[in-house]
Write a protein that binds this ligand. Structure first.
Ligand code: AQP
Length: 342
């Protein structure tokens, strides 16, 4: 079976964008591939954060994976920092990653400009090397990535090829290794169209955990009345009827797309159902669909959170399985790079 890895940062509340763009798609992947879904807590400290909140958000994100249908008997679910190989391999990879490659990363440029140089830790720059480590450790074939992550995945591929050339093949064999590639070079798995969920208050920017206004996103755990209120107040326009493909109506496209994915209907079905609706009617329809979809997830979440032992076990088992595989890669890299082994 091909291997797939992916994760979400425990940096706040998991929102509809994380769910429709990532977690919901993973549920189908776990039946097709050998899957590793982790909570990327080490990435979550690359911008200023609240330490007591980190462990809470990590547990909560893990429970959300399970509540959304990720099944621990099919997928390995674990916390990134529980598998030490992630950080170790990152250090080894960073010696072969030119600073120029990292300086070019758009996300680094944007996030460091926003935060200001004095507030930016070195980890924000080296973040993509940790992501490369996350992926390469598992010899992953496929990585589901949103548009925002394609540049980082490309960098992962470049790092893999460079390390394979520098240390793999015959050179590795001479050091007692198997020879050949140290890393599989992974491919992107592009999510289904329409999976980029935009902000409720601005149809041109993505729904995001870090946006200051909570009104801009639907959190997976938002209670009914909050969802009602957010949809009631979300940005719309004054065009007649509703349509997907008018570039002047990004909010309309976004809300129709959310409705389409959440109900599992086709675009054509949504067009014929909604094209003549006014905003008031559509907002009620969308709100009802969201509540109906999220309610069972929220109920399962509560159940999971009420049994901490169960969650601990899932994460322990997941980390155990992940460590076994990660350690094989890590040991090979140490060997190929010429380290004296214990
Ligand atoms: N708006 C979105 N639409 C579709 N997919 C999205 N993802 C995030 N936002 C959207 C996908 O969710 C996965 C996990 O994201 P992350 O936790 O690594 O954080 P992120 O990509 O930086 O997104 P956030 O949640 O909006 O956080 P901030 O505010 O910190 O940028 C990824 O697969 C991502 O593509």
């Amino acid at each position: 079976k091909k291997r797939v890895v992916s994760g979400v940062q425990p940096t706040g509340m998991v929102h509809l964008g994380n769910y429709l763009g990532a977690i919901k798609n993973w549920v189908a992947l776990q039946d097709l591939y050998e899957t590793f879904f982790f909570i990327v807590d080490l990435h979550a400290i690359t911008l200023p954060y609240d330490a007591p909140e980190l462990s809470k958000a990590t547990r909560s994100t893990a429970a959300i994976y399970l509540a959304c249908g990720i099944d621990s008997s099919k997928a390995s679910i674990f916390v990134q920092s529980h598998v030490r190989a992630h950080v170790e391999l990152m250090w080894l990879l960073s010696s072969s990653t030119p600073i120029g490659w990292l300086n070019r990363m758009i996300q680094f440029k944007e996030k460091s400009r926003k935060a200001g140089d004095e507030n930016v830790g070195v980890a924000l720059l080296t973040y993509p090397v940790l992501m490369a480590s996350d992926i390469l450790l598992y010899q992953s074939d496929l990585v589901p990535v949103g548009e925002d992550q394609t540049q980082h995945l490309e960098l992962t591929r470049e790092i893999a090829e460079r390390v394979n050339n520098l240390y793999g093949g015959r050179k590795w064999k001479k050091l007692g290794g198997r020879g050949g590639s140290l890393f599989k070079v992974p491919e992107a798995l592009i999510p289904p169209a329409g999976a980029r969920v935009m902000s409720l208050t601005d149809g041109l920017s993505k729904m995001s955990k870090s946006a200051p206004s909570d009104q801009s996103r639907i959190n997976l755990l938002d209670p009914k009345d909050v969802i009602v209120n957010k949809i009631k107040r979300c940005k719309t326009d004054s065009f007649p009827g509703l349509e997907f493909d008018n570039p002047e109506r990004p909010e309309c496209r976004n809300l129709l797309s959310i409705y389409q994915i959440i109900t599992g209907k086709t675009k054509e079905e949504v067009v014929s159902e909604c094209q003549d609706m006014n905003w008031g009617t559509f907002k009620t329809t969308l709100t009802d669909a969201l509540i109906e979809h999220l309610q069972p997830i929220q109920a399962r979440y509560e159940e999971i959170m009420s049994d901490p032992g169960y969650l601990d076990n899932v994460l322990l088992k997941g980390a155990g399985k992940a460590s076994e595989i990660a350690d094989i890669t890590l040991n090979n890299v140490y060997q190929a790079m010429g380290f004296l082994r214990r």
